[in-house]
Design a protein. Structure first.
Length: 329
């Protein structure tokens, strides 16, 4: 017994260090399982206790029993094969169970040793479905219990953990029904009040008022729309007139007329300054033989040919100095 206990503690530490027993890896059992696979001995009292509890508390659950040896050298390999079969059937959706229960009655440490084998612990941890172990009595703890998702102190307790009591379910259903009836009654009452309130509404009693109000809103909207369109048209027309006026001012024709007017004024001023205009008053101008204007007698010599420009022609003459004329006289 001392050797078995030492092997138990050594394996427990090993698997614990590997994290096989971590609570974060544990899965919850289904609340309302439809079918459960049970791995145990067909002739065991534990199976009878398990079935008795389920038949009393939840007879609707389907039970699949995978018979194995639960004691001796062949027990551990048989248990591992049963778990492997469950995994395979689950993958191909052949069995359709929601949880796996591994149960056995009480016994000595040596009797329960199959559930302390490392292979069994790893097979339980690798099961694709939630697992529960109910092995021995409440004080019996095996490696399988630690590796399973849930540990039950006895096989009967495992059955109780797998199912809810039908009486409790019925009480909950009745409670839900009462709440539903209350909610439905409350909502129907509120809807009835709303219908009564609406049925007394004058608008609903005389539907034409709704149409009259709608027509009035439509007329107002049409009037506002017409005014807005007219206002927009007036604004756009004014803008177009302003742009047209600016374009007219910048039209090349207007600039040409302006330059023509300026040119005409220039010609008039130039004509006023034309020296020939003064000839119309009886004046004349004198130029020497080089065509230069003679403004003083000192600019020509005595007897030098000069030209006298009149209004209607030119006279050729010779310059006579006044001093010489006086001296001859």
């Amino acid at each position: 017994m001392g050797d078995l206990q030492a092997r138990f503690e050594a394996l427990k530490r090993k698997l614990q260090n590997e994290g096989l027993f971590y609570a974060t890896k544990k899965r919850s059992l289904p609340r309302l399982p439809r079918a459960v696979a049970v791995i145990t001995s067909l002739s065991s009292a534990a199976l009878q206790d398990f079935l008795n509890v389920l038949s009393r508390r939840a007879p609707q659950i389907t039970i699949y029993v995978l018979p194995v040896s639960v004691q001796g050298k062949e027990a551990a390999p048989a248990i591992c094969r049963a778990l492997e079969n469950i995994n395979r059937w689950s993958r191909i959706q052949m069995l359709g169970v929601d949880a796996v229960a591994l149960i056995r009655g009480g016994g000595s440490l040596e009797d329960l040793w199959a559930f302390n084998e490392e292979s069994v612990a790893r097979a339980i941890a690798g099961c694709t479905l939630p697992t529960i172990c109910g092995i021995g009595h409440e004080t019996d703890i095996t490696i399988a219990d630690l590796a399973a998702d849930v540990r039950a102190p006895t096989p009967s307790a495992a059955a109780e953990l797998l199912c809810a009591n039908n009486a409790d379910l019925l009480d909950k259903i009745e409670s839900i029904q009462r709440r539903m009836r209350f909610i439905i009654h409350t909502r129907l009452s509120n809807w009835r009040k709303n219908v009564e309130r609406l049925s007394s509404c004058s608008v609903l009693l005389v539907p034409d008022k709704i149409l009259e109000s709608a027509y009035q809103r439509l007329d107002d909207c049409l009037s506002n729309l017409t005014q807005a369109m007219r206002y927009c048209i007036v604004i756009k027309k004014n803008e177009i007139e302003k742009v047209s006026h600016r374009l007219e001012l910048r039209h090349p024709r207007n600039k040409l007329q302006l330059w023509e007017q300026k040119l005409e004024n220039f010609f008039q001023r130039l004509n006023l300054l034309n020296p020939r205009n003064i000839l119309k008053l009886g004046y004349a101008w004198v130029t020497n033989a080089d065509g230069n204007m003679v403004c003083s007698p000192s600019q020509v010599a005595h007897g030098e040919k000069i030209s006298i420009t009149l209004r209607e022609g030119v006279l050729n003459a010779a310059a006579v100095k006044e001093e010489k004329v006086r001296a001859q006289n």
